[in-house]
Each structure stands twice: as C-alpha cells, then as structure tokens.
Write a protein that binds this ligand. Structure first.
Ligand SMILES: Cc1ncc(COP(=O)(O)O)c(C=O)c1O
Length: 394
C-alpha cells in the first residue's frame, strides 16, 4: 500500500471548479453566472484605470523586492483601516491591523488567533453563508454552529434574533459587513443596532467579514454596521478584502483588524497575530497592498477609484433591475422582484440542484449548485438568453 492510496477523493470546490468546465464548453450561447468576481459590460474581467495608474507610479519608484514586515505595509494598514472606520476614527488607538493574504487570509489568521485567545469558543455562521467559511473556520479548530438569517428571499430579523438567544457566551459570531454572500440581503441600520446590543449583552465576540465594501450602497454606508458595533465598544475583529472593490483578485490584498477593549492590550494581540502569520506564510505579498496604498494616498487616484467603484456598483444594480424585469416580462410564476432590492454581486434564485444541473446541461447557463448567481456575469448581450433559460425551468 502506498502512502496516499487510502486518501478519499474530495468533491471539487463548487466555485473554483466552474471556470475550467465553462472554458471547455463549446456552446456559443454559454453564460457563466458562477464566478465570484466582477465582469464588465462586455463580460470580461476589468482592471481599474486607477490601478493601472498606481502601478505606473510604483514602477517608476523602482522599489526593492525585500520581504514586507510580518504584518505588512504600514501605509496600507492605516489607509485600509480608515476606509472602514473613517479618517480620525477614535477606534484607531485600540486597533491592531495586519495586512493579510486577501480576505481569506484575514479570516484564517483571525480565526486561528481567536481560537488561541478563547480556546473553548465555538463559532457561528449565518445560514446560508459563503461556502469557504466552513472550511476556513473548521481548519482553525472550531466546532461550527449556525444562526438563522434568510427566509422567503429576505433577511429574517426575528428569526436571527431568536437564534442568537441560543448562542453561548464567549462564542464567535461571523457577520457579513455588507452585501451578504450568497443572499444579497443585509439588515437595516436599526436592526444592526439591536443586534449589536444583544451580542454585547450575551458576551458574544463579533467577527465581521467585509469583502464587498462599496458594492452595496457606497463606501461609507457599507461600513455602517461595523461602525455601529465599534461605537458600541465591542471587542471585535474585521476581515476585509480588496479583491473586489479594487479588482485586485490575484494580488491577494486584505487585512485583519482587531479592536481591543483598551490600547494596553495591543502589544499582546500583535505578538500573537504575528506568530500566527509567521508560521503560516511568514509575510504577505507586497504588490497589491502597495497599489491600494498608492491609490488611497493620492487625491486624484482615490477620486478616480471611487468613481470606478461606483460604476461597478451601478452596473450590478442595473443588471438586478434588468433581470427582474426580463423574468417578469416572460411571465415568470415566481416573483423575482426581490432581486432588485438586494445588494452586492449575488442572489439566490431559489431553484433546486436538479434545475441548476439542467440549466447547465441543456442551456449552457452556469451557476453554483445552491442556485447562486453573480449579477455581474450579466450584460446587455446575454441577459435575455439567461432570463429565458431561467424562465424555462420554472
Ligand atoms: C464573503 C466573502 N468573504 C471573503 C472572501 C475572500 O476574499 P479574498 O478573495 O480576498 O480572499 C470572499 C470572496 O469571494 C467572500 O465572498
């Protein structure tokens, strides 16, 4: 028997397994709504012009290729913090910020660190949630539980508050800061406030995942939930990604912020987070973080980036309205108007795995087995075909 002969074959990743299968599909009318990335109006990946300009600035500086510090680029860390908490935020003095390998790295480093700080804690994820959450936090050693979140195509506040009652003190709760993935449904500000009070009361530790800041309403509004919690003086963590809002997917730019109860705790926190990073990947990649810092430090580039981000947000919003409109015009028996009111890249169509399979096999329309579609995969050229395909299986 060889060392690996007994290894069971694991199922392919539901998201990242789609691109190669899609590429091999020879049908001209094929449409991929399964990707987790933005696509422009012609269906292609888009490199922001502000990013190209920042890269030019960086290239002219002829920077060296030395390792970054364990917790990353200082300017990137500060500017990224300000993007979430606001310039001059009073929470900076109780914040430790580490640059990480994308948002996934921030979740993973944060999860590992929190499990060391609170070894007895369990961790709770929304039902449903981003597919990778379970894998990331299981690897950190957590026993994973869930809380109700979504019902009848909507965020269900009452059910969520009800299930919070059952969560043990000292547990970690993972909250999507905005643009909930996969549902597109976010709580209202008043609901966040009530949640914050209850979570504080129950001594539950909030861990925000912020992967889509700027894709919901705007940069400020999308950070509101986190600011509400910070102003309520929670000890808390935030894992943020710049993959989507700067279009820097492959550059792996993200960061982890830990807000402590008091500034005196920061050196201890920093030492432990750095120990986690050092043993995992030693130090983060430089290029993406330098791009983000260069953009945020330049008034002109920051203004251009904000416009480009708003452009992406608008196009997704338009596609939401257009798909709901097409389906309604085709006489859909399901009322898809909920798609218009949701936020971010995704919505759940509420169809079965069998229907998803038949859409792929018979019509070349790709999405996740859960029926999650990425609205940015739609454009004027393919939206009618996509809507007809969906209508046909209802
Ligand atoms: C909810 C959520 N969190 C985190 C991430 C991870 O982001 P990154 O690609 O920067 O690792 C994603 C990416 O799809 C996501 O959807």
């Amino acid at each position: 028997m060889s060392v690996f002969s007994e290894l069971e074959l694991l199922p392919p990743d539901p998201i990242l397994s789609i691109p190669p299968i899609f590429a091999a599909d020879v049908r001209k009318s094929k449409i991929n709504l399964g990707v987790g990335a933005y696509r422009d109006a012609s269906g292609r990946p888009w490199v922001l012009s502000s990013v190209r300009k920042a890269e030019k600035v960086l290239s002219e500086k002829q920077l060296d290729k030395e390792y970054l510090p364990i917790d990353g680029d200082k300017n990137y860390r500060l500017r990224s913090f300000e993007l979430i908490f606001g310039e001059g935020s009073p929470h900076l003095e109780r914040a430790y910020i580490a640059q990480t390998v994308g948002g996934t790295g921030a979740l993973s480093v944060g999860g590992t660190f929190l499990k060391r700080a609170m070894p007895e804690s369990g961790l709770y994820l929304s039902r449903p949630t981003w597919g990778n959450h379970r894998g990331i936090f299981s690897r950190c050693g957590y026993k994973i539980g869930g809380y109700d979140y979504y019902h009848d195509y909507r965020f269900d506040f009452e059910r969520m508050m009800d299930s919070l009652k059952d969560i043990e003190p000292e547990s970690v709760i993972v909250l999507h800061g905005c643009c909930h993935n996969p549902t597109g449904c976010d709580p209202e500000p008043e609901q966040w406030k009530e949640m914050s009070a209850m979570i504080k009361d129950k001594k539950i530790f909030p861990f925000f995942d912020l992967a889509y800041q700027g894709f919901g309403d705007d940069l400020e509004s999308d950070a509101l939930a986190i600011r509400i919690f910070a102003n309520d003086r929670h000890e808390m963590a935030v894992a943020a990604s710049h993959s989507k809002n700067f279009g820097l997917y492959g550059e792996r730019a993200g960061h982890l912020t830990i807000l402590a109860a008091s500034p005196g705790e920061l050196p201890g926190i920093a030492s432990h987070v750095k120990a986690v990073i050092r043993s995992l990947y030693s130090s983060p990649p430089a290029h993406g973080a330098r791009i983000v810092a260069a953009i945020l430090e330049s008034k002109e580039l920051a203004a251009e980036w904000k416009e480009e981000l708003a452009g992406m947000q608008n196009r997704i919003f338009d596609m939401r309205g257009a798909l709901a409109g097409e389906l309604s015009a085709l006489g859909s028996p399901v009322d898809f108007s909920f798609i218009k009111n949701q936020k971010g890249l995704f919505t759940l169509l509420g169809i079965s795995q069998q229907q998803v399979q038949s859409l792929k096999d018979e019509q070349g329309l790709y999405m996740l087995p859960s029926g999650r579609i990425n609205l940015a995969g739609l454009n004027e050229g393919n939206i009618k075909t996509a809507a007809k395909a969906i209508r046909s299986i209802l």
